[in-house]
Design a protein around this ligand. Structure first.
Ligand SMILES: [Zn+2]
Length: 307
């Protein structure tokens, strides 16, 4: 349970990039312990590597993008969420385009791909960042905070002036079972007005009713309807689970988010790293009962921003 995990064998899928509208091929391969999640651009001759850590995050409003030396990979959060939800620490992600395939707009296709690959324990204990004092980031009426707790959980609240959304709140208990069942299937959403503006700006060219819930002023354009009545807030939880992996290590604490988004998620991760007095490194004790974590002296562990 507390061992680091990767996948057993390489797996591939293809799909359309949300922004470029181009066909993208994605291959996941096993990575050694302590690698973290590293993206590799196979369409470029040097096959440059971009580790999924907060130091490499590039500012974007609509999705999470990472880059190193001008080489970018866009819309990584749903795959990161799937990896985190299944407890996968180490993974190489090869893509032949500057963005990931959108699939159906949820994390379920990535969960299925990872399950098809199989999960392998790596015989090395995971190090967690355990929050011991609360940390909060706010921006206008948006806020996100993390508090000491014995497990990892996320509570998210949103409110939109739209008849299908209004006020929604959801608590995710951090378990793989709930992630697969209650969080992964929730799809990304957008408002028709904004989608049209994006298309006019030459963005979101791969966006369609196949990979985005599109809301008109009164209702939903997608004929199949919602997967959950509160699919919107569940997708916000999904995005946050993905963005939190940018810390480079799993976190133990209770996260509360209100009207937050990718930019504020990233600021929370940065603030955690800066607030060195507010957390400790913990790891499973080899001889302790399963589930018991012990504090590690910082000198024994690498920085949580693996690069
Ligand atoms: Zn999303």
């Amino acid at each position: 349970m507390h061992q680091q995990q990767t996948i057993r064998q390489p797996v591939t899928c293809t799909g359309v990039g949300l922004h470029s509208g181009c066909q993208v091929s994605l291959t996941l391969t096993p990575a050694p312990a302590d690698t973290g999640i590293v993206f590799i651009r196979t369409d470029l001759r040097a096959r440059p590597r971009v580790p999924a850590v907060i130091a490499n995050v590039r500012p974007t409003l609509l999705s999470t993008t990472i880059g190193v030396d001008g080489v970018q990979v866009q819309t990584i959060e749903h795959l990161l969420a799937a990896a985190s939800g299944l407890g996968i620490d180490n993974l190489y992600v090869e893509v032949d385009a500057p963005e990931l395939p959108a699939m159906d707009g949820s994390a379920t296709p990535f969960v299925s791909l990872l399950q098809e690959a199989g999960i392998a324990a790596q015989g090395r204990y995971r190090t967690y960042v355990k929050i011991v004092r609360s940390i909060e980031v706010t921006e206008g009426d948006k806020e996100i905070s993390i508090h000491p707790a014995s497990t990892a959980s996320v509570t998210y609240a949103i409110d939109y002036d739209h008849p299908l959304i209004r006020s929604q709140a959801y608590t995710y208990d951090g378990s793989s079972d709930s992630f697969i069942r209650d969080i992964a299937p929730a799809r990304t959403f957008g408002f028709l007005r904004e989608v049209e503006e994006l298309w006019e700006a030459g963005l979101g060219l791969g966006g369609s009713l196949h990979n985005t819930l599109i809301l008109s002023d009164e209702g939903l354009l997608n004929e199949g309807g919602l997967r959950y009545r509160d699919e919107f807030v569940r997708h916000k939880v999904l995005d946050l689970v993905g963005d939190m992996t940018l810390l480079g290590m799993p976190v133990v604490g209770e996260i509360l988010a209100v009207r937050s988004g990718h930019a504020l998620h990233a600021r929370l991760v940065s603030r955690i790293l800066e607030s060195r007095d507010n957390w400790v490194f913990v790891s499973a004790e080899s001889h302790a009962p399963a589930g018991r974590l012990r504090e590690l002296p910082p000198s024994l562990v690498a920085s949580p921003q693996r690069a």
